[in-house]
Design a protein around this ligand. Sequence first.
Ligand code: SF4
Length: 973
Amino acid sequence: MDDLLARVERPSRYLGNELNSVKKDLAEVSLEVGLCYPDRYEIGMSNTGLHILYYLLNEDPEVACERVFLPGRDLEAILKEEGRPLVTLENKRPLSELDVLGIQIPHELSYANIVKTLRLGQITLWTKDRRDEEPLVLGGGPGAFGPEVVAPFYDAILLGDGEEGFGEILQVYRAWRAEGLPRAELHRRLAGVTGCYVPSLYQVSYDEEGRIEAVAPSDPAAPEMVLKAVIEDLETAYYPDTAIVPYSETVHNRLGIEVMRGCTVGCRFCQAGIIYRPLRERSPKRILDLAKCGLSSTGYEEVSLLSLDTGDYTLIDPLTKELLDQTAEQRVSLSLPSLRAGSLTDDVIQEIRRVRRTSFTIAPEAGTQRLRDVINKNISDEEIFETVDRVARGGWTSIKLYFMVGFPTETTEDLDGLVQLVLRCREIGRRHNQRFNCTASIGTLVPKPQTPFQWDPQLEWRESLRRMRYVTNQLRDKGVGAKYHDADHSWLEGVLTRADRRLAPVIADVEAAGGGFESWQDELDIELWKRVLAEHEVDPEWYLRQRDYDEVLPWDHLSARVTKKYLLNDRKKIDRMASPTTFDCRDDLCAGCAVCFDDDIRNRLAKYHPDPFGDGRKLPMALVSRVAMGHGVARQLEAAAGGSVRDQAAKAGADAMAAKLRRRRPPKPGKRRWAVTPGAPGTPGPADAFDPERLAQEPEQVLSLSEIVNPDGIDPHAELPTEAELAADLAAEDEAAEDEGAKGPPPRVAYHYRIVYQKRGDLRWLGHREVMRAIYRALIRSGLPLAYTMGFHPKPKLAFGPPLPTGSESLEEELDIWLDRELPVEEVAARLRPVFPARDGEGLLLQSVEPRLTRTSASAERMGGRWSVGLRSLGVAEAAVAEALERFAVADEHVIEVPRSKKDPRVVDLKQVVSELRLEGGCLDFTISVPERGSAKPYQVLSALLGLEERQTKQARYMMVAALRRAPAEAPA
Ligand code: SF4
């Protein structure tokens, strides 16, 4: 792999030895599993499902579970050109040699990437052609509920909670392998696992117009309806108490903790809201424990509470308070990435701003109350305004609003309403802060499988663009930042999401023609897709059409346990009701979706946990007295009536809903639809409702910059200080010390230590920023009392030595740290040694810690380095190198251009900066000094000396064996 890493961008993403990754000895396991997120490392590493399954499967000593991501385009080209296979990250196993390869189906725009993974992994693409000895190719994830387009590439697809079904699948696989049976028998056995869909065991027939006539099992082992696997109780389910800490920047570089799974709000466009039902919350105690362990083992400075809508977690107020109390010392910040307007209370907002302000996004989705009723987005104008009011009052200066166009029954009034809503939000925010701004993001509805909108047409491409431009132009005219999503992406997503198996060859051909990474803004080649669709005589618009209510849909045999009848009734309400809402069942009657009526599957709310905080604390009656009646009502009906359980569930829901609507229909549209969850412990009742009159009477409050930017004077998320910032900070300290000096001895503001470490082995592929990040997290894990810079954005005082070229090892790297308290060097070293990222004598190896008496940083002292370069991998004869050295020795000058930037190369005379050349035992040693005018990197020196391209010389092994320093300046008296 080394020879490849020298030739690609960001090699650190292919290392696979990050902190907390699991690399097992393959000789000691009986099953090798690869888990693939079909995209690049920085996207896939942020996937919660992969994170859970990775640790869960590795709990089994017999299983080695390793990660797989797609390479960048540069490495992809090299693999194809040289016929080398894609490998796992940890043990670099070729995918074709694994026992099981799980490739997630995250969304429709990853379909070509799924094909790419199989092809790069050198695994037979089509299941029907796959040999017995090839890996079992397993799918899962949100795309499993409408997977027909990619179904022919999978042996099996797991619907529902992976923690529940994956283990059983591995058991079946083991038994099948032990018996040495053909692959077809494995398929038959897998069909018996709950949630396991085996596409090859289903026959699809079509009518004359191309619509699906039936999807029927072709083997008695396959059930007519595949029901998803469900974890009944998340509280007792497995969840890792640590996380892999990537070296490089990823989409979500923080500790994510899933606080709940499922959502019962019932937005009609939302697939996740259906497929993850029922709602299951973890107790605050469990979440706090996970956060404590996770933070101490990773050094992350941010915790993210993950779910479809964390603001609706029933104990969100006390949870956020406790979490921030628990982590205050480490300056950990909290993010709630997914919030529904109306679910935010003042307390949560205050808690979030205690450490750091994260950005706020709310999604009204539609501009008018009428249209929000159509999509069952159960928030009123008042709740949106109330949220904006709270956010602005909390010190935020902007809010992002997300909308979609193309909902059924949408009219121009709704689009105008959207514009008015955004302007009104800005107006409300500006009552607190004149600089308050809103930004609006507009997308297009893509009707998804398993939702009440699955029968509806998608807007035609041009009309979608027209509507998005209609609102964004108006908003921009009024000075609001507005942008719309790329219509091509939505169009392609729409074509693929409700398509069937007949499109699989299209995906395969698009990938073969260079497609892939369609979800990346700059990678989608829409003309390629249109061309391939045309070559296959597929009319893409046909897949965007309206479906008849009685049409067989390609995913009808796959059930999220929510009945099709429920979805249909929910959709039909729009046609027959003026206010067609369906209520949220989490704290009220059952709406009859029927997910809850098998085994003990039901909504589980944290507030009904017998001891949610694990300390015997009682929650206020106001919080827990609202009894979830749905299950009781439905179960009674189930006992009393005949018919199938699912029909009864649907009937129970329909009856309950009718009764509820009769009782609770709001007096007029726009009023609050349901009572908000009453206040949590310490907050006696519901938060104040938004009151425009009260707001109008309130004096305008303009917050000071410090209140807005940094209420507590801390920003742990900040970048590390630059040399200049650090110098300014230290100078300010000196000044303060001098002022104090007139009165007495100057106070030591911070204690300065010099740390020397080595960079060895694979971690030579880390870039300078990646080394900085890895060491910063190690310092946090050490618990040392780091000193912070002064000013609005305090940053930990750290100063690194000059950057080492990526790909080079070093025996002498330096770092300066400043502590708030003076500690013996032995203690500093003892705390740092176990947390530095090192393993088996490789990595970042701590060498020494010493107190510094000078202000000069390691970087300012560095004058250059002594290098040793292993030449074997270059394949150059030693005699030729010796000749080159002789030529260099007698030359008066040897000038090269060193690219500082593409437009501005710097000219360096190597005779001035390179000295003490010595060739011995296949190694070339030399010293490079770094004068102020600039110098050259070792591989540039080698290229110039030997007349080789840098692409070649980068493949040599470089080691900086000693640093050259100028004498440190004396410490101030
Ligand atoms: S079955 Fe009833 S209580 Fe359960 S999630 Fe569906 S609507 Fe809610």
